[in-house]
Design a binder for this molecule. Structure first.
Ligand code: ADP
Length: 453
C-alpha cells in the first residue's frame, strides 16, 4: 500500500481538485442563473409595460374590482370579531383570498407569454404573488390599522422565482402593494444545457485524474514489488553462493591437514566434494548469467527432433537417484512414441526444476508423480506433489522473476526465485506453456504443455 506519508498529499490534492471543480461548476451555474433571470425579467417587464401602454389598464383591474367588493365584508367581520385571535384568522383568510384573486384574475400573463413566444423563449411559467401591504379603508377612507399581517404570506422566497415588479393598487375600501414573481418551468433544464460543456469538461478532467492516479498507483506498486523482490534476491543469492564457497574453503584447508594428506581415500573424497561444489557454484552463476542474457536478447534454444518418453525417463532417473529415501516417486507415460522439437538440455532443466521443487516444497513423506500423456497436438507433462501447496494469491506471481512465496520472512527452503521463471521461459521458447493448480496445504500440480511433431 501507499505509505501514509505519500497517501495524505495525494488524497489532499485529489480532494482539492474535486472541491475546485464543484466550486467552478456552481459558480458557472450561479452566473448563468443570474443572466437567465435578468433576461426573463426584462422581457416580462417590457411585455407588461407595453400592455399597460396599449390598453391603458394596470393588468390587475378586474382583480382590484373584486377585492374592492370583498374588502367591506372583511372589514365588518374584523370589527365584529370576538377577540384578537379571531381577527387575525379573518385577516389571514382575507390575505389568502386576495392573493388567489390577484393570481387568477390578472391580465398580464397572456401578454408575457406572447412576448416570450415572439422572442423564442420557453413560454411555460407559473406566477406567484407576495402581498407586502394590505390596508382596509372605512367608509370615510380611514385605514383600519394593524388589522392585517401580510408578512406571513411571504412564500415566494425560493431561488426559482424571478422577481418581476412591485405593483400598487387602490380601491374605495383598500390599499395594496404586492410583488409579482414568475417561475419558468424549464429553468433547470435550460441552465443545465447551458453549462453542459463546463460540466462535461469537469467530469472528464476528474476521470482523467482518476485514471492517471490509478495508473501511477499501479506502477508504484509494481516498482515496489520488483524492488522488494530484488532485495530479496540479492540476500538469497549471497546465501546460495556462500554455502558452496565455504564448503570449498573448509575442504581446501582440510587437504593441508596431516591426517588427510596421509590418507589417499580422504584426499579423493575431499577433492570430489570440492569438484561437486564447484559444479554447483558454476551452475548457479550460469543460471544468473543466462537470465541476464535473456533480458537483453531473445531467448534462443537449439531444437531437434526428440523422443519425449526417453527424454522424460532420463530426467526421472536422474531425479530418483538424487532425491532422498523418504521420497515416493511414480512415473506414468501414455505418449505412444510422441516426438517433440526440443532442446534436450533446456528440456531436461525444465522438467527437473519442477521435480526438484516438488521435493523441496514437501514436508513429510513426499509422494511425487510424473505423468505424461499425448493429447491432440500436444503433450501434457504433469508433476504432482503432496507438499505445502501455494495460495491462490501467490499462484499469480510464482512464475515471475525472483518471486518466492513468503518474501520477507526467513526462508526455510533455499532458492533464488528463478526456477519457475526459467521453466516458463523455456516452455514458451518451445511454443508451449505451464499452468499450476494448487491448494495451500494440499499439494500442487504443475502441468507443462509442449507441442508435439
Ligand atoms: P525457488 O524455489 O528458488 O524459490 P521457484 O521459482 O522455483 O524459486 O519457485 C518460486 C516459488 O514458488 C517458491 O519460492 C515456492 O514458494 C513456490 N513453489 C514452487 N514450486 C512449488 C511446489 N511444488 N509446491 C509449493 N510451492 C512451490
Amino acid at each position: 500500500m501507499f505509505k501514509q506519508k505519500t497517501f495524505i498529499p495525494v488524497a489532499g490534492a485529489i480532494l482539492i481538485f474535486i472541491a475546485s471543480q464543484i466550486i467552478i461548476v456552481t459558480q458557472v451555474w450561479r452566473q448563468r442563473e443570474e443572466v437567465f433571470n435578468l433576461k426573463y425579467r426584462l422581457v416580462a417587464r417590457e411585455a407588461v409595460q407595453e400592455m399597460m401602454y396599449k390598453s391603458g389598464q394596470s393588468g390587475f383591474d378586474r382583480a382590484y374590482y373584486i377585492i374592492d367588493n370583498l374588502a367591506p365584508v372583511y372589514l365588518l367581520n374584523i370589527e365584529n370579531a370576538s377577540g384578537n385571535e379571531d381577527s387575525v384568522r379573518i385577516s389571514q383568510d382575507l390575505i389568502s383570498v386576495v392573493r388567489e384573486v390577484l393570481l387568477t384574475d390578472q391580465e398580464i400573463v397572456p401578454s408575457i407569454k406572447e412576448r416570450f413566444k415572439r422572442l423564442g423563449f420557453k413560454e411555460d411559467f407559473d406566477s406567484e404573488v407576495v402581498i407586502k401591504n394590505l390596508v382596509l379603508l372605512t367608509d370615510e377612507g380611514i385605514p383600519q390599522a394593524d388589522a392585517l399581517n401580510p408578512e406571513e404570506n411571504i412564500t415566494a422566497s425560493s431561488d426559482r422565482h424571478i422577481f418581476l415588479n412591485t405593483f400598487y393598487g387602490e380601491g374605495n375600501f383598500y390599499r395594496i402593494s404586492f410583488d409579482y414573481y414568475i417561475d419558468i418551468a424549464s429553468k433547470e433544464s435550460q441552465l443545465l444545457k447551458g453549462i453542459m460543456m463546463t460540466l462535461l469538461l469537469s467530469l472528464f478532467s476528474l476521470l482523467a485524474l482518476t485514471v492517471i492516479f490509478a495508473a501511477t498507483y499501479r506502477s508504484y506498486l509494481n516498482q515496489k514489488r520488483l524492488s522488494d523482490l530484488k532485495t530479496d534476491f540479492i540476500n538469497n543469492m549471497t546465501h546460495e553462493l556462500k554455502t558452496p564457497l565455504s564448503t570449498i574453503s573448509v575442504a581446501g584447508k582440510s587437504l593441508l591437514m596431516d591426517a588427510v594428506i596421509s590418507d589417499r581415500e580422504k584426499i579423493e573424497s575431499t577433492a570430489m566434494l570440492i569438484g561437486k561444489q564447484t559444479v554447483h557454484l558454476n551452475n548457479l552463476i550460469n543460471l544468473i548469467l543466462d537470465i541476464t542474457i535473456w533480458e537483453r536478447e531473445q531467448f534462443r534454444i537449439k531444437q531437434k527432433r526428440c523422443n519425449l518418453e526417453s527424454l522424460l525417463r532420463e530426467v526421472a532417473d536422474g531425479f530418483r537417484n538424487g532425491c532422498g529415501t523418504d521420497c515416493t516417486f511414480h512415473e506414468s507415460y501414455d505418449l505412444r512414441g510422441a516426438e517433440g522439437n526440443l532442446d534436450p538440455v533446456y528440456f531436461h532443466t525444465m522438467v527437473s526444476n519442477l521435480l526438484q521443487n516438488a521435493y523441496k516444497y514437501s514436508t513429510e513423506n513426499p509422494t511425487i508423480e510424473l505423468r505424461a500423456t499425448a493429447e491432440g497436438d500436444s503433450v501434457l507433462i504433469a508433476v504432482k506433489d503432496n507438499g505445502i501447496g501455494i495460495s491462490r494469491e501467490d499462484q499469480k506471481y510464482i512464475f515471475d522473476k525472483f518471486y518466492r512465496v513468503g518474501t520477507g520472512d526467513l526462508h526455510t527452503t533455499k532458492g533464488l526465485g528463478l526456477g519457475l521463471y526459467y521453466v516458463s521461459r523455456i516452455a514458451e521458447a518451445h511454443g508451449g506453456n505451464i499452468i499450476v493448480s494448487s491448494k495451500k496445504g494440499k499439494g500442487s500440480v504443475f502441468t507443462l504443455e509442449i507441442p508435439k511433431i
